[in-house]
Design a protein around this ligand. Sequence first.
Ligand SMILES: *Cc1c(COP(=O)(O)O)cnc(C)c1O
Length: 690
Amino acid sequence: MSTLNGRAVAGAHFRAFPFPVFALYPAPTYRDAVSSNNTSSIQAWSPQEAEDYYGFRRWGANHFTVDNSGCLCVHPMGDQRQIRILDIIEEAAQMGITPPFTIRVQDMLRQRVIQLNEAFCAAIRDEGYDGRYRGVFPTKVNQLREVVEEILDAGEKYDFGLEAGSKPELIIALALLENKNALLICNGYKDDEYIRLALLGRRLGKQTIIVIEQLSEIDAIIRLSKEMGVEPHIGLRVKLTTTGEGKWAESTGENAKFGLSASGIVSAVRKLQNARMSEALRLVHFHIGSQVPNISTIKKAVTEAAHYYCELARLGFPMGMLDVGGGLGVDYDGSRSNYESSMNYSMEVYARDIIANVKTVCEQHGVETPDIISESGRALVAPHSILIFEAVDRISREVEDATPLRGKLQPIGEQMKDIYKNKSHLDSLERFHDAKQKKEEANSLFNLGYLHLDERAEVDRLFWLICREIRNKLPAIGEIPDELAELEKLLAEQYVCNFSVFQSLLDHWALDQLFPIAPIHRLNEKPTVPATLVDITCDSDGKVSAFIDLEDIKSTLNLHPLQAHKHYYLGAFLVGAYQDIMGDLHNLFGRVSEAHVFLEDDEEDGFYIEETINGSTTDRILGMIQYDADDLCRMLKRQIDRATRADEVRPREGVAMLEMYEKLIRSKTYLVPAAPDDKRRRGSRKSAGK
Ligand SMILES: *Cc1c(COP(=O)(O)O)cnc(C)c1O
């Protein structure tokens, strides 16, 4: 371990030449140096305390509990049947899947589909509503085949359909959706090919509905349906004046990208009448943006759209369907509030308010109530997916690791020592200001060449000790000056985690969206280390330093001290919507592996892994940016051959080098654990240097 500038860097061997690489698993070490905090005794923690702190019960509804061994368990159906997440990790390892990977709890996905449909069925029953619920899954939220198939299978008996927002998505939907009673809603920008594809669906007897988002699409549909001799079913997307709240509020309002204004609707209707295609108009559609936190926004939007619906029905169009789009939220922080990462309503309230408001407006107009369609994506798929990743290292400012400098220091050092001893009993804020000033002075002296490295390091060490003392003395409650409140963040450890925010938690980076994050084991030990997470990309934005909290946002998350030769697994939860599919290849870190888990009463652990998907290998990622793996190997071989001929590299070593390169180009992109046996690793590293 090296300590420089009071900042300890533990276990730097990831940057060392990894020769040879042992990809064996389980490999109970990732590091040979460990947090200094693990010397403090472990304090026991109860499942209740763990659930409270990480919020498992709040955001997880009845799907997550902590057992007596301190392990997090998932309850796929929300009943007493549970699976220990650690068991899944062990089982997956047997199948060659190691973190980072995604656990898909398939039963949870089914359960959400059923819950949504049942919520609408109950609302329809209770309100005495004359019309059906005919939901569709918006594929853009997660197009993965296993996800879409599971949803269709679970939704079969409700005639649950699909929504497509692009040609590729429509291509998926046309092939997968065979139920002729289910809807296939076609949204998004459309060219002639898109429209032809949708009309092809109609020819096959599918309930394809083309939703007009731009006026120009009407002309194309009229032209192409005549050309193909197909009677289309058409919907109109209205641009509501009701604007949402939250991060996606711009999906509506006068300047929204999609939809027709009142005058646009009037023009569209005229065009249809002139083309003698009035029969085609079946549906009114709106979408006010994703993750709507406030139920009153939804009520307002539904009411506005219902008026559009009724006006069109009164003009004599067949109509029959009102599509309320997406927006049904997920309570990421479990606060049940109208804060943007939460929602102040349940799925059941959502369904009831939609049904009740549509009914009221229809009664007012004397219009028959339509079937209700929702395009709820996030709410269906977010909960089923858990990202498992491992903390492999830490970057800390902890100062116990640094050795104090003995003897008399230069004046600046002695002054810092005095502040540390605090003989003059300054109050915390004053002491902090003095220490900060001295640290800045020391930096200047160093930059001018008047202070040596070891003395500067000592000043830094004392500074961080002072900060720590001040932080530890802060009162648990009451007013704390802003600067001192910041200390918590300043002193937090950074846990280095083997994953990429840009691949697996894109919205956290792009939109500051919060996700619940928690360790999935050791929950019977009190977590004593306030930490933030950094990923393994070389991007300072690749980090998580905002965490869910009941009020506001936490800037650090309490975690457990890392232990030598032991894995430390964390989970990011509710990541099944968008995150699973939008990730990018920053630093060329590819898609993570997956394990698809099902409940199984006959199995010992109560579950089985039906399928695993291997994460992207380097050669595949390189192929996407025009590198051919064979070419690269040939290019390196040429250089090795040259070095061998020049006697710079011995032939045997050259062969080993090329073998390693060829092997790694076919391996996954994330970090691989170091071999468990330290001696073996050191030994081989030495021999590599011979
Ligand atoms: C993205 C989108 C959805 C899905 O919204 P969620 O909030 O995830 O349910 C539904 N409909 C349309 C038109 C969309 O663009």
